[in-house]
Design a protein around this ligand. Structure first.
Ligand code: 3PG
Length: 206
């Protein structure tokens, strides 16, 4: 699967933080049931790799790694079965490793220079991060001038209230966000609540 295929699967990629691996499967099930099959499990907790492994058992889930910042992260995630990777920024080392190990990568960019370095290695599908702090929808509109074939997944400060401002742009294929998997609902085991958030998100027009 290519990065663009992942971005086309649903309007929202949930950015997931798992603290307790026993929540991984019901969380993935509720997101998939709500219509969000592409799951980004961030490397922000010690159980992230185990959570990713567990989620792969969920039918329909496409499980990838987030917060990948080095080539070693990509290799470890690949060993744990990750089907794609997302990074907060772009380095040549990260990009080259992704190409070497054939890992679909959605690298983070925040400005023109980042995009130029990513494009130089062939990456056209990019995460715009942190979206609201780095200029929001008007920044993406401006970047669409020089970078006509770049496709973005803005992430960071995106919510159900402003997702449309991004999704209505021609160079935005999907958005990312943690709002569909909030810690309070995960801790409470409120899987119906998460499914409902996912359902609303999955129906966002784009
Ligand atoms: C990310 O890692 O992509 C962001 O932390 C997600 O941002 P959000 O929590 O504002 O959705």
């Amino acid at each position: 699967m290519k990065a663009r295929d992942l971005m086309n699967m649903a309007p929202v990629i949930p950015v997931i933080v798992v603290h307790d691996v026993s929540t991984a499967v019901p969380l993935a099930e509720s997101l998939v049931a709500g219509g969000l099959p592409v799951l980004e499990v961030t490397l922000r907790t010690p159980v992230a790799m185990d959570a990713m492994r567990a989620m792969q058992a969920v039918k329909g889930a496409v499980v990838g790694v987030g917060t990948a910042i080095s080539g070693d992260d990509l290799k470890a995630a690949k060993d744990a079965g990750a089907q794609f990777a997302v990074s907060p920024g772009f380095t040549e080392e990260l990009g080259r490793t992704a190409l070497d190990i054939d890992m679909p990568l959605l690298p983070g960019i925040a400005n023109s220079a980042d995009i130029m370095r990513a494009h130089a290695l062939g990456f056209k599908e990019l995460k715009f991060f942190p979206a609201s702090q780095a200029g929001g929808p008007s920044m993406l509109k401006a970047l669409g001038g020089p970078f006509v074939d770049a496709a973005f997944c803005p992430t960071g400060g995106v919510s159900i209230d402003n997702a449309n401002d991004y999704l209505s742009l021609p160079n935005v294929l999907c958005v990312g966000g943690s709002w569909v998997a909030p810690k309070a609902l995960i801790d409470a085991g409120d899987w119906a609540g998460i499914e409902s958030l996912a359902k609303t998100a999955s129906q966002l027009p784009r």
